[in-house]
Design a protein around this ligand. Structure first.
Ligand SMILES: Cc1cc2nc3c(=O)[nH]c(=O)nc-3n(C[C@H](O)[C@H](O)[C@H](O)COP(=O)(O)O)c2cc1C
Length: 339
């Protein structure tokens, strides 16, 4: 009986899909009338965009905008055939945002970096240009001491790596999704260390638009670990849970709406490899975009509408007797297309 109902449900679904799949307008109608799955994403994107513009206008206090602009300036400084004038269309906005943030936020590493890159920019650009000259005057009047360390540097000056391909392969093979853990408290210093490493990951325009929510409170942990769909059978065994949360207020345009997933995933990969080097194991847990679950996690983690959970990660010391699926990896030839 159950099988028959399932079959009929699939048939109806297929008929509907056949009616609506063939062009974009029909697809839009389908998602308007029959399936509201994209509603929350659209809502979060527009909330994020509003937040971005609100931070940029008025008080000019948009740190994401500052980071992106400084990133663009660093690229300009790093050009092989560097021009004596560049960034003219956004240098004013950048200096104003830097000054506002410097005055209103605690000075952190990114604000210091902005200061040093701006200083470097004004050193190497032509201050006879009226825009550059005006902004240089404004910047220099308010600037204090400079370390001068956090500016573009030559590739040859990078730190040497002593990690060989073979070492990295061993670490990558050792990391496997571990779902059975010792019931032993995880030292948060280790988590912070792993996060420090994970923050070295690349991100679009260096915006790093995500945060790691560390859930160690037993009550919240027990509620949260059962919320995703993929923890059946081992939810109660998880000693520590991490929610990686993307921030859509980092973007002024819909074209970047997927970047929170890309950036947080790149960072999470480094995070779980770092955990492995620290003796900890982990498992990425899919976060499903299902309205009722989204509402619950938003309320538990007190998230703004522009914040979206991109994944959960369970962390703990592996139970040495616990089994790990073999999870066969693909052959290289199956994973590549050479064009
Ligand atoms: C995006 C993503 C979502 C995942 N979701 C779950 C999940 O919900 N539950 C689970 O037990 N494992 C989950 N995993 C772990 C995968 O099952 C696992 O990575 C895969 O089988 C390969 O095994 P390995 O990680 O040991 O190499 C997820 C992994 C990724 C990357």
């Amino acid at each position: 009986m159950k099988k028959k109902i399932k079959y009929i449900y699939k048939q109806i679904k297929l008929v509907l899909l056949k009616l609506f799949y063939s062009n974009r307008t029909l697809a839009k109608l389908y998602y308007f009338f029959f399936d509201t799955s994209f509603n929350r994403e659209m809502f979060s994107v527009i909330q994020g965009k509003r937040s971005y513009y609100r931070m940029s206008l008025g008080q000019n206090q948009n740190k994401y905008q500052l980071v992106r602009n400084i990133h663009k300036i660093e690229k300009g400084i790093s050009m092989k055939n560097r021009r004596s004038t560049f960034a003219l269309d956004f240098i004013e906005e950048t200096v104003d945002t830097y000054l506002n943030l410097r005055n209103n936020l605690n000075i952190d590493s990114q604000i210091s970096w902005a200061k040093e890159v701006l200083n470097n920019y004004f050193d190497i650009t032509d201050s006879n240009n009226p825009i550059i000259g005006k902004m240089k005057k404004k910047f220099v009047e308010t600037a204090d001491n400079f370390e001068g360390q956090n500016i573009p540097y030559k590739s040859s000056e990078r730190v040497e790596s002593t990690i060989s391909y073979d070492d990295f392969l061993i670490l990558s093979k050792r990391r496997r999704s571990v779902r059975w853990y010792q019931q032993k408290e995880v030292n948060l210093d280790l988590i912070n260390k792993a996060i420090e490493l994970s923050l070295q990951a690349p991100s679009a325009c260096n915006r790093q638009p995500f945060k790691y929510y560390i859930i160690k409170d037993e009550k919240i942990l027990r509620r949260l670990s059962k919320l995703p769909m993929g923890t059946t059978g081992y939810a109660d065994n998880i000693p520590l849970l991490i929610a990686v949360v993307g921030d859509l207020s980092a973007y002024f345009d819909e074209r970047d709406r997927h970047v929170i997933y890309i950036d947080s995933s790149l960072s999470a990969m480094s995070f779980i490899l770092a955990l492995e080097t620290l003796g900890l194991s982990s498992c990425i847990i899919n976060w499903p975009d299902i309205e009722i679950k989204e509402k619950k996690i938003q309320s538990i983690l007190k998230l703004d509408n522009n914040q979206r959970v991109t994944m959960l990660i369970s962390v703990g010391y592996a139970d040495q007797e616990g089994f790990i699926p073999f999870s066969c990896k693909r052959d290289v030839k199956d994973a590549i297309t050479v064009i």
